[in-house]
Write a protein that binds this ligand. Structure first.
Ligand SMILES: Cc1cc2nc3c(=O)[nH]c(=O)nc-3n(C[C@H](O)[C@H](O)[C@H](O)COP(=O)(O)OP(=O)(O)OC[C@H]3O[C@@H](n4cnc5c(N)ncnc54)[C@H](O)[C@@H]3O)c2cc1C
Length: 301
């Protein structure tokens, strides 16, 4: 069964959309990546249920993505279906001080909503691109604050169990790790908001944004920090100290501003980025004996 046959089965049957040979560079903040056999936007739970049954019937592998802000997608693309969450998964509503938000919603919208209503607890997330689903999977945040700590519960789709609701405290959140398994799709989260002082919320958000502007190469396409910070160390400082700041491979460069960012200077290939990742890892291992662990997620390799 070819991807085109699956396309024909889904086309016209979804509220969302399906396409073949979709250029994945359009769906990743790195602006890198070859075509995906199928790209499917599920606009509703009914879409997702149909898509899952059709993909399973045809044994087509799949991956879920959000805004692609933590992804390196291979130059060859993905011989699989790439799923993303649309319309129904971009809604949110307050129930008292709990924000019930769809996983497809942009994290920035949640930050803004919380700020407007004077809720604190989400200021750390200002400036993190991506969706709520991606942020939950990655447990996105800073070194000291992360999204998992405000989660009351998550609803996810598991191919084996169907819809599952997990309470926040059952999930083993840790630095850039949620314990949510690959193959599970986060659909919705209940987030706890604390009433706060609007002046302090604004001050914390402004300080965080100004730190980002000063330290991150925001004018180039990237996927944010490439490596996780090792305990009590900074991946960026380690890479800088082995002399790799500004180093280039093809169109990719270890940022001159922040050595834990690799930037696409215009025409980078995924392979250029991989070469820099391997180089930085090996050099830091040789000099310090520390094995840097990638934070960026690889798709299609
Ligand atoms: C300029 C810049 C700055 C950044 N700053 C930060 C920062 O300060 N802190 C930080 O933690 N990150 C940061 N990031 C990285 C990135 O924005 C976060 O990891 C973000 O949460 C990823 O969300 P996304 O929707 O783009 O996910 P994607 O990149 O699309 O996916 C990331 C992972 O999440 C999985 N995923 C996505 N959606 C779902 C879902 N619904 N269910 C299950 N799994 C899912 C994907 O399969 C993939 O493995 C930065 C990135 C950039 C480009």
């Amino acid at each position: 069964m070819s991807a085109f046959d699956i396309y024909c089965e889904l086309d016209g049957a979804l509220d969302g959309s399906v396409s073949c040979d979709e250029r994945m560079s359009r769906h990743a903040t790195f602006h890198i990546g070859g075509p995906a056999s199928l790209f499917i936007e599920c606009a509703s739970m009914a879409d997702l249920t149909l898509v899952m049954s059709v993909l399973e019937k045809h044994s087509m592998p799949w991956s879920i993505i959000g805004k692609g802000s933590n992804l390196l997608i291979s130059d060859a693309g993905c011989r699989s279906a790439i799923i993303t969450l649309g319309k129904e998964f971009k809604k949110s509503a307050f129930v008292d001080t709990t924000l019930v938000a769809g996983a497809g919603i942009a994290l920035s919208s949640i930050v803004q909503e919380a700020f407007k209503l004077g809720y604190s607890g989400f200021e750390f997330a200002v400036g993190i691109p991506g969706t709520l689903g991606g942020a939950l999977f990655m447990n996105a945040g800073t070194r000291t604050e992360w999204v998992g700590s405000v989660v009351e519960a998550i609803t996810l789709y598991s191919p084996e169990e169907g819809l599952v609701r997990r309470r926040g405290e059952e999930i083993p959140w840790s630095y850039r790790k949620s314990g949510i398994m690959r193959g599970e799709i986060i659909l919705e989260a209940e987030l706890s908001m604390k009433p706060g002082d609007i002046g302090s919320i604004r001050a914390k958000m402004e300080a965080s944004l100004s730190r980002r502007k000063k330290s991150q190469p925001l004018s180039f396409p990237s996927a944010g920090s490439v490596f996780k910070n090792p305990p009590d160390e900074s991946a960026g400082k380690l890479i800088e100290s082995v002399g790799l700041k500004g180093y280039r491979c093809g169109g990719a460069q270890i940022s001159e501003m922040h050595a834990n960012f690799i930037v696409n200077t215009g025409n980078a290939k995924a392979q250029d980025v991989v070469d820099l990742i391997v180089l930085a890892r090996n050099r830091v291992k040789e000099v310090y004996g520390i094995e840097l662990q990638p934070e960026v997620q690889f798709l299609g390799f």
